[in-house]
Write a protein that binds this ligand. Structure first.
Ligand SMILES: *[C@@H]1O[C@H](CO)[C@@H](O)[C@H](O)[C@H]1NC(C)=O
Ligand SMILES: *[C@@H]1O[C@H](CO)[C@@H](O)[C@H](O)[C@H]1NC(C)=O
Ligand SMILES: *[C@@H]1O[C@H](CO)[C@@H](O)[C@H](O)[C@H]1NC(C)=O
Ligand SMILES: *[C@@H]1O[C@H](CO)[C@@H](O)[C@H](O)[C@H]1NC(C)=O
Ligand SMILES: *[C@@H]1O[C@H](CO)[C@@H](O)[C@H](O)[C@H]1NC(C)=O
Length: 475
C-alpha cells in the first residue's frame, strides 16, 4: 500500500509522538521507582491523554509533547485540588478512574476559579417545563419524579426560575432521560448548556436515593441541571458543580460557590429571602449605615458602629455582625466612609484620618486625609470609586470632590472642586455611604438607597427604595 491516507498519516504521527512521550518519560521521574513495576505505562498514559482531552485540559492529542502532557496534568491537578506536580503518578491515574460528569472541566482554554459559566446563553423565561422521558429500573417511578423535582427546586430556592412538569410530551424546556452511556463507572451523566435542555443519566449506573450505595440521583440531578442552567464545572470541591462525584451527602445543600454562580446568571428569588450565614437583625431594625465597600474578592462589606457584615455582590448575607477591629485592627468604630480602589487597596476614613488595607493586611500607617488626598476635607460623608471613569469621589454635605490618583506628578484635587451634589441628577445631600458594584453605583441615606446609572449619569427611576427589604433581606 503506497497510498498512505491522511488519517493513517495522522495516526502514525500520533503514535510517533506517543513514543516520544514514552521516551521522555523514561528519563523523568514520573513514577516512583517502586511503583514502576506494576505501572502499565502505555495503557495508563494513553487513557490519561484521552481523559485530559475529553475534559478540556488538552486541546488536541495529535501533536503531543511531554511538556503539553505535563502542563495538562498540572491543570487537572489544580482543578481537583491536589498539588500540581505534573507527574503521572498513582494518585493522578487513580483520580481519572473516579466517577464523574461527562462535561468538560475547561471550556475553550478559559481558566475558571471556583464557579464558571458554560456559554453566552441563559434561559430568558423564568417558567421552565421539564419532561422525564423514560425511567430507570433501579428506582420506582414516583421516587425518580420526586428526586428530580427536588433537584430542580434547589435552584429555584435561589433564583426566580420555576420548574413544572411539561403538560405536552413534546414541548418541554428540559428533557431528562436514562440511557446507556459508557457502561458502569466514569461518566455518570451529562447535560448541555442553555437553551438545549437535554440531560442524560447513564442507565448503566445504579441509581439510588438516601443511601451510600450506588449513585445518588438527586445530587447528580442538581449537578446536571446546574449545567442546563448555564453553570460550568467548579474547582471548589464542596460545590455541587465539582466534576467528580463526591458520594452521597445526607446533608446536601448548595454551597456559597453554587449560589454565587447561579445568582450571577439569574435574578435572585426576592420572595424567599435567605442568608448564607450571619444575622441581619440589627440591620433590619436600623438600616442606616456608616460605610460600604466592595472587596477585590467580590464581596460587599457594610460597616455600622463597631460591626461589619459581609454580603455577596447580590446582597446575600454571608457573615456578620463581626467586630471591625478584629479584622482591620487599626480601623476605629463609626467610620465616615470606605472604598476600594482598582489597585485593591481599601481605604477607611474617619475625621481627619485614613487607613489603608490590602485585604486584611495593613498597607501603611494611618495618614491625615489631607496628606494622602490633598484637597479632600475631613469628616466626609461618603466615598466611592466611580465605575463611570475609575476616579475617586468624596461627598460631604451638599458638595463633592473628585480625585484622580493617576494624575502625575502629585495628585491634587482640581481647583474646580467642590461642586454641588445636585449635578448628580437626583442624589440627595448629606449621604451616609456609597459603593460601586459592576456598572452601577449605590448611594445610601438613612434607610433608603439610590441606584445610579453610571452610563446615563442619573438616578434610576423608582428610587429611593428601602435598603432593608431590597438589600439586607429583611422581612
Ligand atoms: C490524591 O491525593 C489527595 C491528597 O493530595 C487525596 O485527597 C486524594 O484522595 C488522592 N486521590 C486518590 C484517588 O488517591
Ligand atoms: C430512553 O430514551 C433514550 C432516548 O430516546 C434512549 O436512548 C434510551 O434507550 C431510553 N432508555 C430506556 C431505559 O428506555
Ligand atoms: C442538544 O445538543 C445535542 C448535542 O449537540 C443535540 O444532539 C440535541 O439535539 C440538542 N437538543 C436540543 C433540544 O437542542
Ligand atoms: C486585585 O485582586 C484581584 C482578585 O484577587 C486580582 O485578580 C487582581 O489582579 C488584583 N489587582 C491588582 C491591581 O493587584
Ligand atoms: C482643572 O481642570 C480643568 C478642566 O478640566 C483643567 O483645564 C485644568 O488644567 C485643571 N487644573 C489642574 C491644576 O489640574
Amino acid at each position: 500500500m503506497l497510498n498512505i491516507s491522511e488519517s493513517k498519516m495522522r495516526n502514525l504521527i500520533f503514535i510517533l509522538s506517543l513514543c516520544h512521550v514514552f521516551y521522555l518519560m523514561q528519563f523523568y521521574p514520573l513514577v516512583q521507582p517502586g511503583e514502576l513495576r506494576d505501572f502499565q505505562i502505555n495503557e495508563d498514559s494513553d487513557r490519561m491523554m484521552r481523559y485530559l482531552h475529553k475534559y478540556g485540559y488538552l486541546e488536541s492529542i495529535a501533536d503531543m509533547t511531554h511538556q503539553k502532557m505535563k502542563s495538562a496534568i498540572m491543570d487537572f491537578q489544580q482543578f481537583v485540588g491536589v498539588v500540581p506536580t505534573g507527574n503521572m503518578d498513582k494518585n493522578v491515574s487513580d483520580m481519572i478512574k473516579l466517577p464523574r460528569c461527562g462535561m468538560p472541566d475547561i471550556q475553550s482554554s478559559r481558566r475558571v476559579r471556583s464557579y464558571g459559566f458554560l456559554g453566552p446563553n441563559i434561559w430568558q423565561d423564568r417558567r421552565l417545563t421539564y419532561r422525564i422521558q423514560n425511567y430507570t429500573d433501579d428506582m420506582d417511578k414516583e421516587s425518580v419524579d420526586n428526586e428530580i423535582q427536588r433537584a430542580l427546586d434547589e435552584w429555584s430556592r435561589i433564583t426566580r426560575i420555576r420548574f413544572k412538569p411539561a403538560k405536552h410530551s413534546y414541548f418541554s424546556d428540559l428533557n431528562i432521560y436514562f440511557s446507556s452511556v459508557d457502561g458502569g463507572g466514569e461518566i455518570l451523566a451529562y447535560a448541555y448548556s442553555p437553551v438545549n435542555g437535554t440531560i442524560v443519566l447513564d442507565d448503566d449506573e445504579l441509581w439510588t436515593k438516601n443511601t451510600n450505595s450506588g449513585v445518588n440521583l438527586f445530587q447528580i440531578a442538581v449537578h446536571e441541571t446546574g449545567h442546563s442552567l448555564g453553570l460550568a464545572h467548579s474547582d471548589e470541591k464542596t460545590s455541587i458543580m465539582f466534576p467528580i462525584y463526591q458520594g452521597y451527602n445526607e446533608n446536601f445543600k448548595l454551597n456559597l460557590d453554587d449560589i454565587r454562580g447561579i445568582s450571577a446568571l439569574y435574578k435572585v428569588n426576592p420572595h424567599q429571602r435567605f442568608t448564607l450565614g450571619g444575622n441581619n437583625e440589627r440591620l433590619c431594625w436600623d438600616p442606616k449605615i456608616d460605610a460600604i465597600f466592595s472587596s477585590p474578592d467580590y464581596y460587599i462589606y457594610v460597616l455600622k458602629g463597631a460591626k461589619y457584615w459581609k454580603f455577596t455582590l447580590n446582597f446575600i448575607l454571608v457573615e456578620g455582625p463581626r467586630l471591625i477591629r478584629n479584622r482591620w485592627q487599626e480601623v476605629p468604630d463609626n467610620v465616615d466612609a470606605a472604598f476600594t480602589y482598582w489597585n485593591n487597596v481599601t481605604y477607611f476614613l474617619k475625621g481627619p484620618y485614613m487607613w489603608k488595607y490590602i485585604q486584611d493586611q495593613k498597607y501603611k500607617k494611618s495618614q491625615l486625609i489631607d496628606y494622602g488626598f490633598p484637597g479632600i476635607p475631613n469628616d466626609i460623608d461618603a466615598s466611592l470609586m466611580w465605575s463611570g471613569n475609575g476616579k475617586i469621589y468624596f461627598f460631604k454635605g451638599s458638595e463633592y470632590w473628585m480625585l484622580n490618583p493617576q494624575q502625575p506628578p502629585f495628585m491634587r484635587v482640581n481647583e474646580t472642586y467642590p461642586r454641588p451634589i445636585s449635578r448628580w441628577n437626583g442624589l440627595p445631600n448629606n449621604l451616609d455611604a456609597a459603593v460601586g458594584i459592576g456598572g452601577t453605583s449605590y448611594f445610601f441615606k438613612d434607610g433608603s438607597y439610590y441606584k445610579y446609572d453610571d452610563l446615563r449619569m442619573k438616578v434610576q427611576g423608582g428610587y429611593p427604595r428601602s435598603i432593608a427589604t431590597d438589600l439586607f433581606g429583611c422581612p
